[in-house]
Design a protein around this ligand. Structure first.
Ligand code: GTP
Ligand code: MG
Length: 235
């Protein structure tokens, strides 16, 4: 008989933002991750969309990942402050075939860090995704700065080349982010602690670490096997 008792599991709700310029593939990445589907058809997101996925994180924790799919055009609007509230992590996405979307990455990261932070004032964990890597023949990639240096210098916890079309590195990138968020969560004070438990407690990321060693990814992902998937679907 297994000692595993699902009724004893606690659920953690993690609000994760998916941000980046128009058409970089935010919606496609979410649809690939949640529904295992991809469409060439482009329909711009208006405002914000939501999707969620349950992850059977460990024997005592279920993670409810709530993905906020923010329209690329929102960087020019004034709703991001509202959308970003209480987020605990972000995927910042650019299109590897369009240099302008890479240049916009720091604007999105700056917007994020100016509008949401962890309880100790540190930035929320963010992972950088260079999407549409199935189209590398278009040649922009060789012109990109070394992404491992870029990510470290600008406070990302990891980076990946992804393809929503080919399903490349989508799971790995999101697991990297969730690992980083959960590392923060584990530092939360226990319930009833006089320190305010309603405030998410903060990561102690060492952004200067050299663990990426020039390869995409993040240290956190290598520490544990991928969690099982329990169910998926839109809210
Ligand atoms: N080849 C290729 N095309 C992709 C990939 N991801 C997305 N696309 C295409 O890029 C276009 C835009 O994708 P979306 O997912 O709608 O982009 P978005 O970032 O959500 O755009 P907004 O909602 O306007 O901000 C669509 O035509 C997708 O089919 C990819 O990995 N490879
Ligand atoms: Mg979209």
């Amino acid at each position: 008989m297994s000692s595993h008792n699902p009724t004893m599991q606690q659920e953690r709700l993690l609000k994760v933002l998916v941000i980046g310029d128009l058409g970089v593939g935010k919606t496609s990445i979410i649809k690939r991750y949640v529904h295992q589907i991809f469409s060439q058809h482009y329909r711009a997101t208006v405002g914000v969309d939501f999707a969620f996925k349950l992850l059977n994180w460990d024997h005592k924790t279920v993670v409810r990942l709530q993905l906020w799919d923010i329209a690329g055009q929102e960087r020019y609007g004034n709703m991001t402050r509202v959308y970003y509230r209480e987020a605990v992590g972000a995927l910042v996405i650019f299109d590897m075939t369009r240099a302008s979307t890479f240049q916009a990455v720091l604007k999105w990261k700056g917007d994020l860090d100016s509008k949401v932070a962890l309880g100790n004032g540190r930035p929320v964990p963010a992972v950088l995704l260079g999407n549409k890597c199935d189209q590398l023949s278009t040649g922009l990639c060789s012109k990109l700065p070394k992404l491992e240096n870029f990510t470290r210098d600008h406070g990302f916890v990891g980076w990946y080349e992804t393809s929503a079309k080919d399903n490349t590195n989508i799971d790995a990138a999101i697991m990297c982010l969730v690992e980083s968020i959960m590392a923060v969560e584990e530092e939360r004070p226990p319930a009833g602690d006089p320190r305010d438990p309603s405030v998410l407690v903060l990561p102690r990321f060492d952004y200067n670490r050299t663990g990426m060693a020039g390869l995409p990814g993040c240290d956190g992902c290598k520490k544990r096997p991928l969690p099982g998937r329990m169910e998926m679907g839109d809210i």
